[in-house]
Design a binder for this molecule. Sequence first.
Ligand SMILES: [Zn+2]
Length: 185
Amino acid sequence: MTMFVCKPKSKRNIQDDCLLVRKALGMQDRRRVPIVAVLERAIPLAFEDFSFAVVPDAELPDAEAKANPATQSIRVRESVYLAATNGNPRARFTLAHELGHLFTLSEIPDDDPRAGFFRRERNAPSKAYLDPEWQADEFAADFLAPVPMVRGLSTAEVAESFGVSITVAMRQLRKVDSTLGRSFK
Ligand SMILES: [Zn+2]
């Protein structure tokens, strides 16, 4: 039986991971990531074991969506899928959060293509967090609205052009302040 764990990750680790995933998808310069197309087409192309299913709301009574690292699958309620298709920020965040679970909540063997995303630098992060829900939320926020891209924008501009809620826009803009002085490639 495989144990699924999440590696400790700092905020900075997750920000870097998200930039790499965006780059791998050819979306490094894109403000509004088409999260539904990412899950339906881009990720399955890159990772053939991945599956994405839209299910009737009644099949997921206790969650809007669920990620299963054991089967590399994401299931989402039909209503959430439709809302995300229509650009609803909360639904978009939910899908990005589940994607975050697949990228953070697993034992990744070295020969897995995802391993390249997560090879850490030799110096360990000074502060790392193990909570999988925190990691998935951080992933979702950083994937949808990367810190280097929101710099200099207003909260409303970030929400509008990246397709995130005001809360997420504020969360990302707060990170700009704490990463000033750091250079991004
Ligand atoms: Zn979660």
